[in-house]
Design a protein around this ligand. Structure first.
Ligand SMILES: [Zn+2]
Ligand SMILES: [Zn+2]
Length: 221
């Protein structure tokens, strides 16, 4: 099963140019059977939505839900994930192995320290990764508070320094590596992801497969 691990929808992520349905279609056309929606769970996104913390989370989940509807029509598995900045820097983190309840339980995840974020993921049973740690504006953060690293980010509009990210991840023996396109525009389809030997149906099954070391990374798309 070929899975896009890092994709945004324009319904939620202000930097994304493609609505959920078109994004899912583009991934399907690029030969993927699954796509993880990792919209930005950041202060400027959530705080732009009206209502209570709960209302904002519900609005945030619209991108994923539209993608899921499109996926059901197109026969491609849409999986819930998250990309969030945390306190203390511009770096992005990816979370896999979560249901919608995770967001309601952690409606201000974006204000957490790295330690709090890692702990929240551990308590839930989710996996916490640093995304593109060597991208020009990022620094590798505390490797002891991570489950793994996105060692390949295929986004063509950033200097991701992927070989450096891999070296850093290997140096600290960070167990789980992932790859993703960081899909924001149509040209990004097919620029990264993983291949699993068997199908997964939701974020928990995906996290379990990652923990078992089943993922083969797409690093030369
Ligand atoms: Zn973005
Ligand atoms: Zn991203």
């Amino acid at each position: 099963m070929k899975i896009e691990m890092h994709a945004h929808t324009s319904e939620v992520s202000p930097c994304a140019k493609v609505p959920a349905e078109e994004m899912v279609k583009a991934c399907a056309e690029a030969g993927y059977q699954g796509v993880v929606v990792t919209d930005h769970f950041n202060d400027y996104v959530l705080e732009s939505f009206p209502g209570s913390a709960r209302d904002r989370v519900t609005r945030y989940l619209e991108g994923y839900q539209r993608a899921q509807e499109a996926g059901a029509k197109l026969g491609i598995q849409v999986i819930l994930g998250m990309e969030s900045c945390i306190a203390g820097g511009p770096e992005d983190f990816l979370v896999y192995g979560i249901g919608m309840d995770f967001f309601y339980q952690n409606p201000i995840f974006y204000q957490y320290s790295q330690e709090q974020a890692f702990k929240a993921c551990q308590e839930y049973g989710a996996l916490f990764f640093q995304a593109h740690p060597c991208r020009s504006y990022c620094k590798p953060r505390d490797p002891h508070l991570l489950d793994g690293v996105e060692v390949f980010n295929g986004n063509p509009r950033h200097e991701n320094n992927n070989p450096r990210a891999r070296k850093w991840a290997e140096k600290y023996h960070l167990g789980i590596f992932t790859s993703g396109s960081d899909f924001h525009q149509l040209e990004d389809a097919g620029k990264g992801g993983i291949i699993l030997p068997s199908d997964v149906h939701d974020s928990m099954e995906l996290a379990a497969a990652l923990k078992q070391g089943m993922a083969e990374l797409i690093e030369n798309p």
